[in-house]
Design a protein around this ligand. Structure first.
Ligand SMILES: NC(=O)c1ccc[n+]([C@@H]2O[C@H](COP(=O)([O-])OP(=O)(O)OC[C@H]3O[C@@H](n4cnc5c(N)ncnc54)[C@H](O)[C@@H]3O)[C@@H](O)[C@H]2O)c1
Length: 189
């Protein structure tokens, strides 16, 4: 089985790549290393040293004997390259973590705000469109932000997913299924 881990050089993506590789999946990491560039821009570095992606991949091969592929590609910009990659690799699944994750960074200035929204929305938009364009049957797991909007009704467990509601109309009450948002602040990672 083949899997692409988008944002696979990141905090969640790299351990996911290792986990799937250890379970026998053929893994390719797709990442534009933008998180590393942001660290350079902010002149900060992780308390735990993060080795370059090439070193990470070589170390994994040394201890596991397994190869992890790497493509330096910007999702949301390089659409044709991404479609070609899908057609080439024919992955069974994609795990998508490729987003600018830091709310404080997104609020630094108009430029940072525009970058974050453009990057995060366009990356996912391109992933979905590329999957359709490839004509392949690929499963997608997308992990996004920590909190999501919804309704926290005290004392009531609101089901996620489809909910049957009665809507009052000119023609009388009509039953309809709506996609109901989950309760807020539920972690989806
Ligand atoms: N880390 C957490 O505890 C946590 C918790 C909840 C949700 N999340 C969410 O999970 C996702 C991943 O989080 P993370 O902590 O691994 O972030 P991260 O910044 O460590 O990893 C994201 C990776 O995506 C890459 N990337 C960003 N935009 C890209 C693009 N357009 N094309 C290609 N690569 C791109 C970055 O270079 C980085 O390596 C984010 O959406 C984040 O909000 C993370």
């Amino acid at each position: 089985m083949r899997v692409l881990v988008l944002g696979g050089d990141g905090f969640c993506g790299w351990p996911t790549a290792l986990h799937l590789s250890a379970r026998g999946w053929d893994v390719t990491v797709v990442d534009n290393l933008s998180r590393r560039n942001i660290d350079n821009e902010l002149e900060v570095s992780s308390l735990t040293p993060i080795r370059p992606i090439g070193e990470r991949i070589a170390a994994w091969k040394e201890i596991s004997g397994r190869e992890i592929g790497f493509q330096n590609l910007t999702l949301g910009k390089e659409f044709d390259r991404f479609v070609a990659l899908l057609k080439d690799e024919k992955p069974d699944a994609i795990v998508h973590f490729a987003e600018q994750r830091a709310a404080p960074y997104s609020m630094k200035s108009a430029r940072h705000k525009l970058y974050t929204v453009d990057n995060n929305l366009n990356a996912t938009n391109h992933v979905l469109a590329a999957m359709v364009e490839s004509g392949l049957d690929i499963h997608l797991a997308h992990l996004g932000t920590m909190g999501v909007y919804g309704y926290a009704t005290a004392g009531l467990t609101i089901p996620e997913g489809y909910l049957t509601v009665t809507v009052e109309t000119d023609r009388g009450p009509v039953e309809q299924e709506i996609l109901f948002p989950p309760n807020p602040a539920r972690s989806i990672t």
